[in-house]
Design a protein around this ligand. Structure first.
Ligand SMILES: Nc1ncnc2c1ncn2[C@@H]1O[C@H](COP(=O)(O)OP(=O)(O)O)[C@@H](O)[C@H]1O
Ligand SMILES: [Mg+2]
Length: 313
C-alpha cells in the first residue's frame, strides 16, 4: 500500500495516532499504539457478532514502528456532519437525521442484546467509574464527592442490576455514527444495555448550544420509542426507563477534565462552572423524578449571562 495515497483527516481525539482517508474515499486508515491494536481486535470481534461496524481490511506495522489498520469507509458524512449541513437558518435538527440515528441505534442495540455478557461482581460499578470518570471528577470537584452524590449514583446502579451487560462503545454520539454503522471504538468496554444509544440525542444539550443544533422533544421521544420497540422485541422489556441513570453518568462524564489549571483562563473556568451546574441540575432532577430532562438545561450563553449577573454560585 502506497502511503502517499492517504489524505490526513485528523489527529485522534483521545489517543495517540491519526486518521487518514484513501484518495477514492472507500477506506480509512488509523495509526497508533497498543490502544489501537486493542481497538481493532475488539472491532473485529464485534463485527462477527453482527455489530454495525466497519470491516477491518488490513493491519500491520508502519516503517517507523507504529501500528496501523485499514478499515472500510461507512460513508462520507457522519450524522453530525449531516446535522450541520441540513441546518437552514434555525437550530433544529432535520427529522431524517434523527430517524436515521434511531435506525442505526436500534441495529446496535439488537446486536448488543443478542450477545449478553455474564456479569462479574463489581462490573456495573466499574462501568460507572470508567464511563463517568468518577475518580477525576471527584478529584477536581471534591465538594461533589459527598453522600448526596453517592446516594444518587448507588440508586442508579441499583436500578440497573437487572439490565443485561453488553460490549459497548462508550463514546457513542452523532459524530461517530453514519447511516451504515458506528465508527471509532477506542473506548470500548462493558456497559449496561442501552447506555450507548439511549442518550445520543440528549448529550447534545451538554455542549450548551455550541454544536449548532438541538434535537426537539418530539424527535427525542420518537428516537426513544424506536429503541424501546427494539428492546422489547429483543429482551421482552423496554429500555428507556434507564435513561435517567445513564444521563446522571453522562453528567459526570461531561464534567471530567474540565477544571482549568490556569486560573487566568476565564473561558475555561466558565465552561467548568457550566458543567458543574448541569451535573447539579441533573442530580436534582434525578432525585425528584428518577430521570433527567435535558430540555431544562440552560444553554452556555444563558448560563454565562446569569453567571455574570451573579445568579449562580
Ligand atoms: N470507517 C469510517 N467510515 C467513514 N468515516 C470515517 C471512518 N473512520 C473515520 N472516519 C472519519 O474520520 C473522522 C475521525 O475518525 P474517528 O475514529 O472518529 O477519530 P477520533 O477518535 O479522533 O474521533 C470521523 O469523524 C469520520 O468523519
Ligand atoms: Mg470520533
Amino acid at each position: 500500500m502506497n502511503d502517499n495515497n492517504w489524505r490526513f483527516v485528523k489527529k485522534r481525539t483521545a489517543a495517540d495516532g491519526a486518521v487518514y482517508a484513501s484518495a477514492d474515499g472507500t477506506r480509512y486508515r488509523r495509526t497508533g499504539g497498543a490502544a489501537l491494536q486493542a481497538e481493532v481486535a475488539f472491532q473485529s470481534r464485534v463485527a462477527d457478532l453482527n455489530y454495525p461496524v466497519p470491516h477491518v481490511l488490513e493491519e500491520g506495522v508502519t516503517d517507523d514502528g507504529h501500528f496501523f489498520v485499514v478499515e472500510e469507509s461507512l460513508g462520507d458524512q457522519t450524522l453530525h456532519d449531516q446535522a450541520v449541513t441540513s441546518l437552514d437558518c434555525g437550530r433544529a435538527l432535520a427529522d431524517d437525521v434523527t430517524d436515521t440515528a434511531a435506525q442505526v441505534a436500534a441495529r446496535l442495540l439488537r446486536a448488543q442484546a443478542a450477545h449478553v455478557v455474564e456479569p462479574t461482581p463489581g462490573a456495573l460499578r466499574q462501568w460507572l467509574d470508567r464511563a463517568g470518570f468518577t475518580q477525576n471528577v471527584f478529584q477536581e470537584n471534591p465538594d461533589l464527592d459527598n453522600p448526596r452524590t453517592h446516594a444518587a449514583l448507588d440508586h442508579a446502579l441499583d436500578r440497573l442490576v437487572t439490565t443485561p451487560l453488553v460490549h459497548g462503545h462508550l463514546d457513542y454520539g452523532l459524530p461517530n455514527v453514519l447511516s451504515a454503522g458506528v465508527i471509532d471504538w477506542q473506548h470500548h468496554g462493558l456497559v449496561p444495555l442501552g447506555y450507548d444509544v439511549l442518550p445520543a440525542l440528549e448529550i447534545i444539550a451538554f455542549k450548551g448550544g455550541t454544536k449548532g443544533y438541538t434535537a426537539s422533544p418530539g424527535q427525542r421521544h420518537r428516537y426513544l420509542a424506536v429503541l424501546d420497540d427494539a428492546a422489547r422485541k429483543a429482551t421482552g422489556q423496554p429500555i428507556s426507563q434507564n435513561l435517567g441513570a445513564y444521563l446522571l453518568v453522562k453528567a459526570l462524564f461531561f464534567l471530567a477534565l474540565m477544571r482549568p489549571t490556569d486560573s487566568s483562563r476565564t473561558d475555561k473556568h466558565l465552561k467548568w462552572q457550566y458543567r458543574r451546574h448541569l451535573f447539579t441540575k441533573g442530580l436534582e432532577q434525578y432525585e425528584h423524578t428518577g430521570t433527567v430532562d435535558t430540555a431544562l438545561f440552560p444553554g452556555l450563553d444563558e448560563f454565562a449571562a446569569g453567571h455574570r449577573a451573579g445568579d449562580h454560585p
